[in-house]
Ligand binder design. Structure first.
Ligand code: G3H
Length: 315
């Protein structure tokens, strides 16, 4: 194992120390985290703040399609939607990125050229993560060569839950090296990690190995992004920056479908990690069907009329 001294200078230097370090992190107060998340979720916000929050949320969306039935045509349609979410209203911001499987990256890159919308690719045998490392590296390389600006990798949850943190760490380091200029988002698949303590440990492990973002879920496992889990991850990036000076982003993904849910997440970001994270550079929402609800609520706020889902193209 080769613990990077760049990402966490001087904190850990080997396998045993890594384990000691992760198990030495303070435990998560489960009741406290759930209560705090629930309390923040009931915060009401003013109409003017709501309009701003909706636009911010749109600009943070990683508009996602991760289905076996995906086609180049579906990806092109999603890209068109991501660049101009409401063709009838040019003031609607574009989304942050389009998220696709690696074989569809080139199609998305062609469709988005010059738009400023990123292309994120899931990689490393998404969603299970069960493949030999060389296959995961090849998957990542292919996506980067085809122009992906962001790679969303999954961790080896089997190794993590067995306590083989060095294996998980080394795999992240190896994938990061394949990413080149592309940002690396590390998916923890929190629904499989069982405890909040594990979520905190996996967050630190991913950041120490060089993650640019930590992401909750693949969207294929339930529960996916929950508010308490996102809260624990936001605390981790806040504490990691305080300790190392390096800022890491957070991406809840999976099951976020309504404007209400998106706004609850933004309140959580503001109150936990702080306003420095309230930008698409540092916070994303991975979602396949949230955008239409954001557009409907936006239109309701600006016109007073509630446009039905038929008004907008399918996500
Ligand atoms: O990374 C994003 C997720 O796969 C999307 O999940 P969702 O379909 O529940 O929105």
């Amino acid at each position: 194992m080769c613990v990077s001294t760049e990402t966490l200078p001087g904190l850990v230097t080997g396998t045993a120390e890594l384990r000691r370090f992760l198990h030495g992190l303070p435990g998560v107060d489960q009741v406290g985290a759930e209560e705090r998340a629930a309390r923040l979720a009931t915060r009401s916000i003013k109409k003017s703040a709501k309009a701003e929050a909706i636009d911010l949320a749109i600009s943070m969306v990683d508009l996602t399609t991760l289905e076996g039935a995906d086609t180049p045509g579906k990806v092109r349609a999603l890209c068109a939607k991501g660049m101009h979410p409401d063709p009838g209203d040019a003031s609607v911001p574009k989304v942050a990125a389009i998220c696709v499987y690696s074989d569809l990256v080139a199609e998305a890159v062609r469709a988005l050229t010059g738009s400023g919308v990123g292309v994120a690719s899931v990689a490393t045998a998404f969603p299970s993560g069960r493949a030999p490392l060389d296959a995961k590296l090849a998957d990542t390389r292919r996506a980067v060569d085809d122009g992906a600006s962001e790679i969303d990798m999954v961790i080896d949850r089997g190794a993590f839950l067995a306590g083989d943190y060095a294996k998980v760490y080394d795999e992240i380091v190896a994938i990061k090296a394949e990413c080149g200029e592309a940002h690396l988002k590390v998916i923890l698949e929190t629904g499989e990690l069982v405890t909040y303590d594990n979520v905190r440990r996996a967050s630190w492990l991913a950041m120490m190995a060089g993650a640019d973002f930590i992401k909750t879920s693949t969207g294929k496992v339930s529960p996916a992004a929950t508010l308490p889990v996102t809260l624990v991850m936001l605390e981790a990036v806040r504490d990691y920056r305080a300790r190392t000076g390096r800022q890491v982003g957070v991406k809840p993904a999976g099951g976020i479908r309504s404007t209400k849910d998106a706004i609850k997440h933004l309140v959580l970001v503001n109150e936990t990690a702080g306003p420095d994270w309230l930008t698409p550079r540092w916070f994303r929402i991975g979602a396949s069907s949230l955008l239409n609800d954001l557009l409907m609520q936006r239109r309701k706020l600006t016109t007073g009329v509630y446009a039905g889902p038929d008004y907008f193209t399918m996500d």
